[in-house]
Structures are given as C-alpha cells and as structure tokens.
Unconditional design. Structure first.
Lengths: 312, 281
C-alpha cells in the first residue's frame, strides 16, 4: 500500500507484504509439489503397466506384477458401507441439533459428537481391532449370517475383521463431520422460510422434508461429499481392522484392503523400485479421487452459502 | 405433497423425533464405549516405568514408552514451530494484504484442498521430497509432514479470524498514522488473538494423533531420540507396531500409549473450546 508523501512507511509495508506473500506461496508450492512428486514416482509403474494397472488383480512383489483392482474396489466398498450408514444417521442427528432438541440438549449432544470427531484414527483402530472386531465376530456376524444368508454378502466365517467392520468404523468416524456441516446447513436456511412452512401448519418433519431439504439440498450434498472424501482416505483405523489381503471377495465378512491401508502396510518395507512406484501410483489415484471430491464438495457448500448470503 | 390425516402426520413427526434421538444416542453410546475401553485397558498399563523406561524386547514384562513420549513431544513441537508463523502470515496475506489477488485466490484453493487430502499422501510427499533424497527416515521429516498438515489449517483459521476484526479498528490506527504492518501486528493480531490461538490448539490436537504421515517419515525407534536426523520414536507408530505384534505385553503398552494420546487430544480440544468461549465474553 503505497501512499503519496509517505515513503517512510512504504518500505516496511512492502517488506511485510513480501514476507506474507512468500508464506502464502508455500501453500501453492506444497500442493504443486505433492502432484509433481506423486507423478514422478509413479512414472515407472505407469510405463510398465499402463491403464491395465487399474483393472489388474495381481499383487506379487516376488514376480514384480502389480495391479490396483483389489485396493480400489476395497476402498470403494468400505466407503460405500460407511456412507450408507453415516449419511442418514448424520442427517437425523443434524436435524435434532438444529431443529428438534431443546438448546441445552442440543449443546451437550453437539459437544459429544464433536469429541467423536476429535478422537484420532489410531484410537478407532485400537478399539476396532481389540473390542469391536471380536464383538462383530461373536454377535453381529453370526446373526447376519443366520438371517441374511440368502445374500452372498454375508457368507463366510465370522472373523470379526474384514470389509464390514471397516465400513462400520469408517461410518462412525465420518458421522461427526457430516452431522456438523449438515447442522450448519440447516441453521443457514433462513428462519422466515421455515416459519412460513410452520405458518401454513406444517409439522417439523414436513417443514424439513418440503422446505429445509429442497432449500439446503446443495449443502446436504456438500456435507455428504466431505464425509466421502474423509472415508476414502482414512488410513489407520481401516488398516487395523480390514485384514489387509490383496483379494476381491463378494462377502463383506472377508478380509480385504484399501489404497490407504496398502500404503500404510507396505510402503516403509518396499525397496524394489517398481514396488515403490506401484505403491505411489496407488497414492496418486487416491489423491486424484479425493481432490475431485473435495472440489465438488466445496462447490456445493459455497453454492448454499451464496444462496443464503443473497437473501431469499 | 401427499395428503395424510392429522393422525398420520403426527405419527410421522413422532417417528422423525424418535429416529433423530436414537441417532444421537448411538453417537454418544459409541463415544462412551471407546473412551471407556481406552480408559480401562490403557489405565491398566500405566505405571511409573511406563513413563520412564524404554520399550521392552519381546517377552520382557516391563518397560515403557518414555522415548516415544519425548519423540512425539519433540516432533509435534517442531511441527508447530514451523507451521504456526508461516500459517499466520499466510492467513494475514489472505485476509489483510492481498485478499483479492490471484495469489490469494489460488492459495485459498490450495489450502482448502490440502485440508481434505488424506494425511498418508502427505507422508508419501515428504518421503519423496526429504526421506529418499537424504537417504533415511528422520524425525525432521516427520515434523515436516505434520507441519504440512497443520499449515493450511492454521492459515485458513487465521484468515477467517482476521476477517472478523472490525474495519474501524484498522481505520482508526491508520488514521493515527501507523504503517500497515504495525496496524496488522499490533492492532489486528491483538484483536484476533483468541481465535487464532484456538485454531493453533485445534491443529496441534489434530496432528498429535496422526500416525499415517509418520509411518514413512519418522518411522519409529526403540532408542532415545537423541537426534532427529535418525528414525525417531513416537507414540502413534509405537501403538501401531505394538498392537499388530503377537505379544500380549506389547499390546498392553499400545493401550497405555493410546490412553496418553487420547487424553492429550481431548484435553487440547476442550482447551481450545474454553479459550474461544472466554474470548467471546
């Protein structure tokens, strides 16, 4: 900011602005650096396997043959389970926090949900491996196997660890994020709009279903995508409970793997250049997917913010 | 809209309320279950030697994680020292100095994207940029990876907290003839202090439980962290390694370490909340 006749100030201001701009540029450099390094390290694997990498089920460090199919599918399946469980639950939790509960209840509940988000991934992993997986093996999986055995999804021995357990724990982990954003979306819908709904005699559910939901639809989608991005990249909790097996199975009781769990398990020990490169290519795939989802989520959330900011 | 009798409508509304209450109780139930198990199993592992001794070899029924506690404190502290000044200055640029510039727009996009990137990808990046070129895992690399995770969080919170500072404050300081940098450092920062501090504490809470980015950067070590140029002991990777081991005593130590991490993270989260609430009075 240069002011006429005030050169005494302009030097300090220029320097300050320069330093701040340099710090800002670091954010860009890191982002560009991540892309550059991921692509650079994947080159070997990209040249060797091409697009076949995405569809190949092979994963054999001895023969040097790698494919991403089981990791990608495992990531998608565990995330799908998590989303199926977490999105509806979060919707109703957000509804409770924003509309239904008295302020005191809403505050305490909101606080608890926030703490659920603060618990680190590795704690979910410990609890999942030593507490929840045995519970699944003893109670939930035998029950599902008995009553839903007509579905191939619930076949196989109840081992506790596996795709289903990983999906449930993921659901638990993304639930607080989705609920928090959805709650914000609900409270962002202008009170006059809701009051108009109540004014014509709507019940809470009717106002939610026919007024709040259509009004905040973009925000609800954005919140869900935020949770989706988190679930796809979640690493430690999944690594603890998924069983880490490069195999594709119809049964959700079976052990599997995800991109993140494969990286967590194998990267530090990989020494063969092609092995390292294949793992980094997995990382590149994960990076690309989460980046796109992040952008979509921001697009929708800013859409609802703009709509609210612009008034009715 | 479907036409329903008032009885049906009231019933539907009741169902909504019950489902919502059930969902919230489910969340609280799982929170309680996790905290309870960590307290119970972790509490059983705590002892004097747990805080003072090195990890035991398999089969030895003693030892602790003293080196990992020191390592985690060091790595997290170093990451904080690296990321906080950079993050606050970046936030200042985004909010005060270059709000509408192309640099700010791009950096805002980069920061938002970085927040959502899986932390294990950051680990891969630091491996490729530091560990591989320098020829080995190191505590410094671990600290850099945590700093990269903190940086966008600190920058974006700083930006939004500085945005909350009323313009009149800046205008009156400038009217008194203060240069812009002085206005920012001495007036605007002071007004936004509590908010920025909250952001810093929350970002420390977030990274102190991080494991994935340390797996291929700091790795782990059974020794004291005398230097950060070597693989450095830390609590979270210790939990991972010990939990996956077949030895019951190691698994018990992993529970103890989990208790430490959970207590630290929850304490930081609550502190951040208190700081923020106090500032609003």
């Amino acid at each position: 900011m240069k002011q006429a006749g005030n050169t005494r100030h302009s030097k300090g201001d220029f320097l300050f602005k320069l330093i701040a701009a340099a710090c800002t540029a670091i954010l860009l450099l890191v982002m560009a650096g991540i892309m550059f390094q991921l692509v650079r390290y994947s080159t070997l694997s990209l040249q060797q396997f091409g697009f076949g990498f995405l569809t190949s089920e092979a994963w054999n460090p001895v023969t040097g043959d790698y494919g991403a199919a089981s990791s990608i599918l495992g990531t998608l399946v565990s995330t799908a389970i998590a989303m199926l469980l977490a999105v509806p639950t979060s919707f109703f939790i957000a509804l409770l926090l924003a509309e239904l509960a008295p302020p005191a209840v809403s505050k305490v509940t909101g606080y608890a949900i926030e703490l659920l988000a603060a618990i680190p991934s590795i704690i979910y992993g410990m609890w999942g491996l030593f507490v929840f997986a045995p519970f699944m093996a003893d109670r939930v999986q035998p029950f599902l196997g008995k009553h839903l055995s007509f579905l191939p999804l619930f076949h196989g021995p109840p081992m506790g660890i596996g795709m289903l357990t990983a999906g449930i724990i993921l659901a638990l982990m993304i639930l607080p994020f989705i609920s928090a954003v959805m709650r914000d979306v609900f409270t962002m819908v202008p009170a006059v709009v809701k009051e108009a709904g109540y004014g014509v005699g709507g019940s809470t559910w009717e106002v939610t279903r026919y007024v709040t939901m259509p009004y905040g639809f973009a925000g609800i989608l954005g919140a869900s995508f935020l949770g989706l991005g988190r679930a796809l990249g979640e690493t430690m909790a999944v690594t603890f409970v998924i069983g880490n097996k490069h195999a594709i199975s119809v049964s959700l009781f079976a052990a599997g793997n995800t991109i993140a769990s494969t990286l967590a398990n194998e990267f530090a020990e990989a020494s063969e250049p092609l092995y390292v490169s294949s793992l980094v290519e997995l990382g590149l795939i994960l990076f690309a997917i989460t980046l796109i989802i992040q952008i979509i989520s921001h697009f929708w959330l800013s859409k609802i913010r703009d709509a609210v900011g612009a008034g009715l | 809209m479907i036409h329903r009798s008032s009885k049906q409508r009231n019933f539907l509304n009741l169902v909504t309320q019950v489902v919502a209450a059930f969902g919230a109780l489910l969340g609280i139930f799982f929170l309680g279950w996790i905290v309870f198990e960590v307290l119970k199993r972790g509490g059983a592992a705590l002892s004097w030697s747990f805080f003072t001794q090195l990890p035991p070899p398999p089969g030895v029924e003693s030892g602790g994680v003293a080196n990992a506690i020191v390592g985690t404190l060091g790595i997290t502290g170093l990451a904080t020292v690296m990321s906080v000044p950079l993050g606050i200055l970046a936030g200042t640029y985004l909010s005060e100095l270059g709000r509408e510039t192309a640099l700010a727009t791009c950096a805002r996009f980069a920061a938002n994207s970085l927040v959502g990137i899986p932390s294990i990808i950051v680990g891969l990046f630091v491996y490729a940029s530091l560990v591989a070129p320098m020829g080995g895992f190191s505590g410094y690399a671990g600290a850099v990876s945590l700093a990269i995770i903190m940086l966008p969080v600190v920058a974006t919170t700083a930006e939004s907290m500085l945005n909350l500072v009323p313009n009149e404050l800046r205008e009156s300081a400038i009217a008194l003839g203060a240069p812009r940098w002085k206005v920012t450092l001495q007036i605007v920062f002071r007004a936004a202090k509590a908010g920025i501090l909250t952001g810093i504490i929350l970002s420390v809470a977030r990274v102190s439980g991080e494991t994935a980015p340390l797996l291929f950067t700091a790795l782990n070590s059974p020794y004291w962290p005398n230097t950060f140029t070597m693989p450095t002991a830390n609590l979270t990777v210790t939990i991972f390694n010990f939990a996956m081991s077949p030895y019951e005593h190691w698994q018990q130590i992993a529970w103890g370490a989990s208790l430490l991490i959970m207590a630290a993270v929850l304490a930081l989260t609550v502190t951040a909340r208190v700081v923020f609430r106090e500032s609003r009075r």
